[in-house]
Design a protein around this ligand. Structure first.
Ligand code: 3H9
Length: 699
């Protein structure tokens, strides 16, 4: 039967035991092994069969690495057909996470027992897929349409007790799962319990269910911004409620195959592996072991420092939150309390939980209180001299071995480290605003940063729920360095003839969470303005790319906070509206620059903005600033609202074809400012060699 599946006996009960680390995915070997074991159990003298997994979890789904490869029999649907019609009573014994195809195996068994700590779910939608082995047909038959809509369109797992309430699980135990499952099987045999098949349970469509599906469809359309899998799931659920089981299975199969062939699923599967790869650091030396972090000092109790403090306190790590004065730090604490109170109001946290989290934060206005902390994160004003001063002080205060991190967005980690006598302990930890919400953390390696501090920052990032990406040192690190090129092209499209509405709508229809000019308004146009004031003319770049923004600020239009920026904002709803005053400024700038406005196609806007990002991304990869192309995709999807179903800027050009991307870049180079469109040599090299970005390692 192979190494991954064994069939054994516990007295009268047959046990199919799966052992395919790390997550018991349903690889070809596992499917074949279960098929063989079912055949033996069908003819031996066992009275019932228990399906059980070794290791940390029940089956966590189909083997995602097999998607896109030639199919190998038995397929999961064929295996489940055999399981459904098995002559013996079948029981799934669930621990860890029964997900996707794994949960579909369990749903096909006659009964399900779970450990209280287990979770079950159908997360396929997060991979641009739908449950393709009966999940959309069996779930509503067991739990009803409303629960099935929720479970399958959200993809979020539920715990064992909720699954029990929904009748997706029949029994929950606290310990000794395999013993309890064998005893449960014996008891069911003793009671002559029927071989209950979810496939034979009745289901009909009530008016309420129909309405619910319609409302869910409309909501999802808005929320998922063009993702196709959620709508396909609703279609399958509708079929489940209106057609016989076999018809439903047929429909589900068709929709699953369509999803699998859809580029959205390829992008989402790329992101699944990209997120996991991002946490791995290439070439880490032997001594690069993460140290344990129990206490953290955060300097700066403003929006950023406060948000970072929340992340640590939520993860149960003690925080000393510092600001210049007691008053400033209490204001920071008040804001944190307010944010958590909103979460309590929305039912996401309990008051007891927020009390405990608040108790993890100790306020202080004395840097000396950081003498014993394991890690310090500085989040003060974005000014190199101020940061250097803080680090010089920390050098005299903090214990040996403490990790000293700066939350800078742009400043040189090397210059900051040079202010201390221990540059090996210094690195960048760049959080994104609002830090308690945004999942991205850029871990920035300075020239002297030790492998230990890098490994520690990556590990602590995971602990506080961030997706951490390693970046080398350059101005703006990975994300903001690329963003300059994206922002430049948005501004240039505007002066060349487009409008704020066309630019933002083009990018939003393509899938961005928010268009670039609306994002600038949200962040505050004064921020870029002040940053430019500190730059030389050369660093500021092409004046055409910031003249409109400068004039908006000078006219008092700072963005949403002043009620107007690239748009006029409704004070009540914050809805944006076009404003003729903005177009008057744009017209004036066009005249000064001698530009005759031309008509824009949305495609040009999308191509210019995404290729500007990807071209700079390729340069970062070539310079070794990013470890791998997929890390850049993680940065963009988690830090900049890039749609996951497009897979990030690097996946976007990889999937359009690097040759086509280079052809477009050459066109831009010929038609637009060639200085802006210097093609990354890595891209031309890969096109010449027929190579892929995914194969190139930046370090
Ligand atoms: C499906 O089932 C379709 C069916 O309906 C229909 C079929 C016809 N396959 O996340 P971790 C790897 S679609 C292959 O770090 P954790 C993962 O890449 C599937 N590999 O651990 C990583 O590898 P590495 C529906 C997989 O403890 C390692 O395992 N199921 C799979 O934080 C550890 O993973 C899902 O979408 C897989 N299915 O979390 C569940 N899963 O060490 C996807 C994991 O080389 N999985 N790997 O980087 C998960 O959500 C999490 O992995 C899980 C564990 C919660 C299980």
């Amino acid at each position: 039967m192979g190494a991954t599946v064994k069939y054994e006996r516990r007295g009268p009960i047959g046990v199919i035991r799966i052992d395919n680390p790390p997550v018991n995915a349903l690889s070809h070997a596992v499917r074949s092994g279960i098929m063989e074991a079912l055949a033996i159990a069908a003819t031996d003298d066992s009275s019932a069969v228990v399906l059980f997994c070794d290791g940390r979890t029940f089956i966590a789904g189909a083997d995602i690495t097999e998607f896109g490869k030639p199919p190998q029999a038995p397929s999961l649907p064929d295996l489940l057909l055999t399981l459904d019609k098995h002559p013996k009573l079948t029981i799934a014994a669930i621990h860890g996470t029964a997900l996707g195809g794994g949960f579909e195996v369990a749903l096909t068994c006659n009964y399900r027992m779970a450990l209280a700590t287990a979770k079950v779910g159908l997360p396929e939608v997060k991979l641009g897929l739908l449950p393709g082995a009966g999940g959309t047909q069996r779930t509503p038959r067991l739990a009803g349409i409303p629960a099935a809509v929720d479970l399958i369109t959200s993809g979020n797992p539920i715990n064992a007790r909720s699954a029990l309430t929904l009748q997706l699980v029949d029994k929950v135990v606290d310990e000794n799962l395999i013993d309890a499952a064998a005893a449960y099987a014996a008891e069911l045999v003793e009671q002559k319990a029927p071989q209950r098949q979810a496939s034979t349970l009745p289901l009909s469509l009530t008016r309420e269910d129909q309405q619910l599906i319609e409302v869910a469809g409309a909501k999802l359309l808005k929320k998922t911004r063009g993702e196709r899998a959620p709508q396909r799931i609703l279609d399958c659920l509708l079929t489940a409620a209106t057609q016989p089981f076999e018809e439903g299975l047929k429909r589900e199969r068709e929709e699953f195959v369509a999803c699998l062939a859809d580029p959205q699923s390829a992008a989402l599967r790329h992101m699944f592996f990209a997120e996991r790869a991002a946490g791995k650091i290439d070439n880490l030396s032997q001594d690069g072991q993460a140290i344990s972090i129990a206490t953290v000092g955060i300097i700066g109790a403003g929006t950023m420092g406060g948000g970072i403090a929340m992340c640590f306190a939520q993860a149960g790590i003690n925080v000393t939150l510092i600001d210049m004065t007691d008053e400033a730090v209490s204001q920071g604490l008040e804001k944190i309390a307010k944010n958590w109170a909103i979460s309590v109001k929305r039912g996401r946290l309990t008051a007891a939980q927020t009390d405990a989290m608040m108790a993890n934060i100790t306020p202080s206005s004395d840097l000396n209180d950081l003498a014993e902390v394991d890690m310090v994160i500085e989040a003060v004003f974005e000014n190199l001299d101020v940061k250097k001063e803080v680090f010089a002080k920390l050098d005299g205060i903090c214990k040996h071995g403490a990790v000293l991190a700066s939350n800078t967005s742009y400043q040189s980690i090397d210059a900051i480290a040079a202010a201390t006598t221990r540059p090996e302990s210094v690195l960048g930890m760049h959080f994104f605003s609002p830090a308690n919400v945004m999942k991205l953390l850029e871990v920035v390696r300075g020239a002297a940063s030790s492998d230990t501090v890098i490994a520690t920052a990556m590990a602590v990032g995971k602990k506080i729920g961030k997706v951490s990406v390693l970046s080398g040192m350059c101005y703006g690190f990975i994300g903001n360095r690329m963003l300059r090129h994206y922002g430049r092209e948005a501004a240039l499209c505007l002066v060349e003839g487009s409008t704020p509405t066309q630019i933002d709508s083009a990018m939003e229809s393509w899938g961005m969470a928010m268009g670039p000019l609306a994002v600038s308004d949200l962040a505050g146009l004064d921020i870029g303005y002040k940053a430019r004031e500190q730059l030389t003319a050369e660093h500021k770049g092409d004046p055409a790319s910031y003249m409109v923004a400068d004039r908006l600020v000078e006219a008092g239009r700072l963005g949403q906070k002043s009620g107007a920026g690239y748009y006029q904002y409704d004070p009540e709803t914050r809805q944006r509206h076009e404003d003729s005053a903005v177009m008057a400024i744009v017209t004036e700038v066009r005249r000064e620059l001698g530009i005759t406005p031309r008509l824009f196609e949305d495609d040009e806007i999308v191509n210019r903005l995404t290729l500007a990002l990807a071209n700079e991304g390729a340069k970062l990869l070539q310079e070794g600033i990013a470890q791998r192309a997929s890390d850049i995709d993680v940065v963009y999807c988690y830090g900049y609202g890039f749609p996951r179903f497009k897979g990030g800027p690097m996946h976007t050009i990889e999937s359009m074809g690097l040759d086509k991307a280079v052809t477009l870049l050459k066109e831009f180079q010929n038609q637009l400012n060639p200085e802006h469109w210097q093609i990354a040599p890595l891209l031309t090299k890969l096109v010449a060699n027929g190579g892929q970005l995914a194969d190139h390692h930046g370090v």
